[in-house]
Design a protein around this ligand. Sequence first.
Ligand code: ADP
Length: 303
Amino acid sequence: KVVVVGSYIVDLMCRTPHIPKPGETVLGGSFQMGPGGKGGNQAVAAARLGSDVTMVTKVGKDVFGEEAIRNFQKEGIDISRVNCDEKEATGTALIAVDQHGENMIVVALGACGSLTEEDVEQARGEFADADIILVQLETSIEAVKKTIELANEFVKPVILNPAPYQEIGEDLLKGVTYITPNETEVFALTGIEVTNFSQAQKAAIKLTNKGVSTVIITLGRKGCFVYDGTDAGRMIAGYEVKAVDTTGAGDAFNGAFATFISQGFNLDEAARLSNSVAALSVTKIGTSVSMPYKEELDFLKDN
Ligand code: ADP
């Protein structure tokens, strides 16, 4: 079982002829609403690959919150730990996308931003029978901290996807089994710009020195770099695909990685398979909706 602790955000997306200037109203084109948030996206990615997933998050008492629950249920995700906040609204992202694909986004984390230590504590039983825990930084740091503590208490592996990056105490890294930053996040964490193998290695060593067991740096179409301290680290090549929308690639990767590690694949195999899932996800438009199903992976078997 995979336990995901993180955000649920509804994406409200409008196409627009151009991005509005302050004070300007633009008559936009089509409107689209869809489930989003890193936590929710990663939960969907894992569920579609066959994982038994429990989502720990918080939504508001509003229509978007009801929609969130419906959507999780449709994906077969356990919603018993989705709490409802009395005061805050469900997390929302207001997105405007122009003809060139340029975008402007305002996120109000709302309910999922105020996930408390107690919300996570209430899910203690889920941690006890989890195979792996997956958490991001799109909630409160206290919730992230509690998640890592509980995972450590039950001696369960925990993946920290440090996205979107926010300042975290160094102490927090000590209990992390796997950390999965992209290039931007690894720079924020270590001050190292990862453009080649030796820099990836340097950054990974820096993170393991802070107490993380295994480092996976995702490198877009190039794939990822993995390091577990047993050797100099390895590049796990990405899959060549025709990318149409790379948003959510990291979410696909993390949901997949949690799934494959929990199924007993070794680090390199799990990373390679996660590269393939993420590659498939960028061939389709959307985040949550573009997460591939287990059956689709057969395509890549001989790749
Ligand atoms: P994020 O989406 O968080 O910025 P990355 O850009 O590093 O993260 O992408 C995460 C993973 O998605 C990569 O490790 C890779 O496996 C896959 N990926 C991303 N972009 C592409 C692409 N253009 N072609 C193939 N795979 C991709």
